[in-house]
Design a protein around this ligand. Structure first.
Ligand code: BES
Ligand code: ZN
Ligand code: ZN
Length: 510
């Protein structure tokens, strides 16, 4: 989609569909589109006075128009002005583009929300993000629908800048929004590919392809023999039940040589059957998405390097299936991790932490990051605790929480903190090994994080993000979540924009 930022009076913008917006509690305040109202002989004010347009959030009204550049106007309700946010801009933009697609329009224009008190680039960013995220569909395996859908997609967006001096900043924000949304859509694609189409090897190939398009980026793919040579007995154990070899992608971006390095580890289980602690079929259904952490990590890395952020990032994604065969690891097996710690396997379905702990040891040993992040579809308990719109986070560093929280509020990919009190460690005490891989039914998200904490170096700032609830959407849940820029089914890309803004907070000019 091409984005044009135009500094022209709203009534002169040539477009098939012009999106205007009204607040529920400011129906009389339409200064920004007064010229249009005048050119239309007061039609806008009349339709508002009549009560047909109330400005309620999600309300939309279409007008066919003459005497102005636009042939149609779409009036979108914004709800109460006190509830307005960048996220509402994303939602309004997404809804408008979905509406445009429905009526077969391939080009639309939107105003620049001059009355909203936010940084100008952020407005451009939110508009473009909302549109590109909202129009996303995963239809590559639908032979006919694919072409029809693509033919209906918006190909041009015009942003009407209210003044000449906002043009450059709106364009800058629009470019960034495009990068972020396309990266999040890339994460959605990776998640949406089923288990037979997104194996450890295919994921690693995708990472190599990403690296080829970027500057100041290097990549290494560790093969099974390398993983053995590093002594990653925990990661390897999970991979034993699969006929496909495990892989570990290691990518570095140097955007600020000599500066801080952020290390990110993402869980990449390309299919989680549960292993010998087999999941029931209902629970196994979406487990091709158990690499959502790795997908968000790779996608955020891509966005960061594309945006040329002045910061250093290293990512590690351990990739494997968790299946069953005659070689698979078993309940009660005792594993030796790369750190030297031994692990008693009480449940083969708690495999995420087993692959993450070795990846975390690896990244700390070879890359010594100033900040360590890990992101994973780790526990069903995170869904019980926080539902399907908020990711769980746990950290040993209050400042990191603040940064991640702020990134979540900004991006709409919200997080909430759970505690890492020492007493939870007692749930993981093993009679025979250094640690157990599960801690019983209570506080499942916390004990998973407590397990990982054992593999974090003393004094290293670390933050863990559990996206089990947020990485994928389901139709039944979409019905009440009602987020127009999220798909109704499948990968959401959650983690991509969150990690991007978290990492961006470490750049000096931020
Ligand atoms: N991949 C799952 C967690 C998950 C569940 C992600 C639902 C997305 C939706 C993970 O590997 C797992 O199975 N965790 C177990 C841990 C338990 C055995 C301690 C769980 O949450 O039940
Ligand atoms: Zn599992
Ligand atoms: Zn899993």
């Amino acid at each position: 989609m091409e984005v044009q930022v135009l500094s022209k009076s709203l009534d002169t913008i040539e477009t098939e569909l012009l999106v205007l917006t009204v607040f529920e509690d400011q129906l009389d305040k339409l200064d920004y589109c007064k010229v249009i109202d005048e050119k239309l002989g007061g039609k806008l004010s009349r339709i508002i006075e009549s009560g047909e347009v109330k400005g309620k959030y999600r309300e939309f009204t279409l007008l066919h128009t003459e005497n102005i550049g636009a042939s149609r106007i779409l009036i979108m309700g914004l709800g109460k002005s006190k509830d307005f946010s960048l996220d509402r801009i994303r939602s309004i933009a997404a809804n408008s583009s979905r509406y445009a697609r429905r009526i077969n329009i391939r080009e639309m224009a939107i105003h620049d929300f001059i009355d909203f008190d936010a940084a100008t680039p952020d407005i451009g960013e939110a508009i473009v993000e909302g549109i590109l995220l909202g129009m996303y569909r995963f239809n590559k395996y639908k032979s006919t629908k694919k072409d029809a859908d693509n033919a209906q997609k918006l190909n041009t967006l015009k942003i009407a800048s209210s003044s000449e001096d906002r043009v450059a900043e709106l364009q800058e924000g629009a470019n960034k929004g495009k990068n972020l949304a396309e990266s999040a859509n890339f994460a959605r694609d990776l998640v949406n590919e089923p288990g037979n189409k997104m194996t450890p090897a295919i994921f690693a190939d995708e990472a190599v392809k990403v690296a080829e398009t970027l500057e100041n980026v290097s990549i290494k793919v560790l093969e099974k023999a390398d993983i053995e040579a590093e002594g990653m007995g925990s990661f390897l154990a999970v991979s034993l039940g699969s006929d496909l070899p495990p892989k570990m992608v290691v990518m570095e971006y140097k955007g600020n040589p000599g500066g801080k390095t952020i290390g990110i580890v993402g869980k990449g289980v390309t299919f989680d059957s549960g292993g010998y602690d087999l999941k029931p079929s209902s629970g196994m259904l979406r487990m091709y998405g158990d690499m959502g952490g790795a997908a968000a990590t790779l996608a955020a890395f891509k966005a960061i390097a594309q945006q040329k952020l002045p910061v250093n990032v290293v990512i590690v994604t351990p990739l494997t299936e968790n299946l069953v065969n005659g070689k698979a690891f078993k309940p009660s097996d005792i594993l030796t991790s790369m750190s030297g710690k031994t692990i008693e396997v009480l449940n083969t379905d708690a495999e995420g932490r087993l692959i993450l702990c070795d990846a975390m040891t690896y990244i700390q040993k070879y890359h010594n990051p100033d900040v360590l992040v890990d992101i994973a579809t780790l526990t069903g308990a995170a869904i019980i605790a926080l539902g399907r719109t908020v990711s769980a986070t746990l950290t040993n560093d209050d400042e990191l929480y603040q940064r991640l929280y702020d990134a979540g509020e900004y991006s709409g990919e919200r997080v909430w903190r759970l505690p890492l009190y020492d007493e939870f460690r007692s749930q993981l005490v093993s009679d025979v090994a250094d640690i157990e891989n599960v801690g019983g039914r209570s506080a499942g998200t916390i004990t998973a994080a407590m397990f990982l904490k054992d593999f974090v170096d003393e004094d290293r700032p670390w933050i863990h993000i559990d996206i089990a609830g947020t990485s994928m959407m389901e139709e039944e849940i979409a019905r009440y979540v009602k987020n127009p820029y999220l798909p109704k089914e499948g990968g959401t890309g959650t983690g991509t924009r969150l990690l991007y803004h978290f990492v961006e907070s470490f750049t000096e000019d931020h």
